[in-house]
Design a protein around this ligand. Sequence first.
Ligand SMILES: Nc1ncnc2c1ncn2[C@@H]1O[C@H](COP(=O)(O)OP(=O)(O)OP(=O)(O)O)[C@@H](O)[C@H]1O
Ligand SMILES: [Mg+2]
Length: 269
Amino acid sequence: MGAAMSEPILVMNKVGKAYSAAVPILRDVSFSQAPGEFVAVVGPSGCGKTTMLRCIAALMQPDQGEVLHLGQQFGDPPPWLSIVFQDYNRSLFPWLSVRQNVGFGLRKIDRRERDERVEQALSAVNLTHAADLYPWQLSGGMQQRCALARSIVVRPQLLLLDEPFASVDAQTRIDLQDMVMDICKKMSLSTLLVTHDIDEAVFMADKVVVLSTRPAQVVEQIEIDLPHPRDQLTTKESPEFLRLRHRVYTLVRHQAQKSAAAHTEREDQ
Ligand SMILES: Nc1ncnc2c1ncn2[C@@H]1O[C@H](COP(=O)(O)OP(=O)(O)OP(=O)(O)O)[C@@H](O)[C@H]1O
Ligand SMILES: [Mg+2]
């Protein structure tokens, strides 16, 4: 595979991070991502997934180890990296229309090209009809599509998605999964998705990275070789999907049980 042989878009090399010395959050987190690869990261609630994304985006520097983008370290968030945050309510600018929100990252680009790219991004997320509305006039799913359009319009080399579908209803979530997978494949984006949802991780990703309880470590990396295009019904009914889902589910449940046991132990003390 060509992609596997070229330089990884992202290398996490024994990354460690703590907010205070007493509570390590990440410990020796190591994995890599090839260009064009879709990686999903799953792990127990509070294990450090968002912290890991902050380190990847250079919003924070790790205490140990290194984060390399195409072989380089960055002190500030590189301009070719986009994030869709867990809490989209707070990520859109309420005083800007959908079109202005989407074009925000292209302010320095020639007007004609900017308009063209914004319209393309709006169309990719089916928001053309809502371009002149403001975030508070949109449903949750539409707000998240707006955040997604804003993140892909800059044609990122790496797209980071932190639980992007966490606060929408089940049907909207499924529609958004299909939409994101479709966009990522069409644009050959390298995407890193953090999610609690094991079905979602296996359905969307080329590789699933399972994290342990805090301090987070990589428990296992599982290649997802399900063929594309993937379909919500036929892919999810295939024996291969069920086998992979079973594997990831078992690993995550094991971590959750360890986490519950640790809590009980603390409460008993
Ligand atoms: N800025 C901060 N200062 C101090 N502690 C923090 C900070 N941000 C997060 N933490 C703590 O670090 C731990 C990991 O948080 P983080 O948000 O990375 O986990 P997560 O896996 O993304 O959680 P969730 O599944 O709820 O999204 C938590 O115990 C949290 O309280
Ligand atoms: Mg989080």
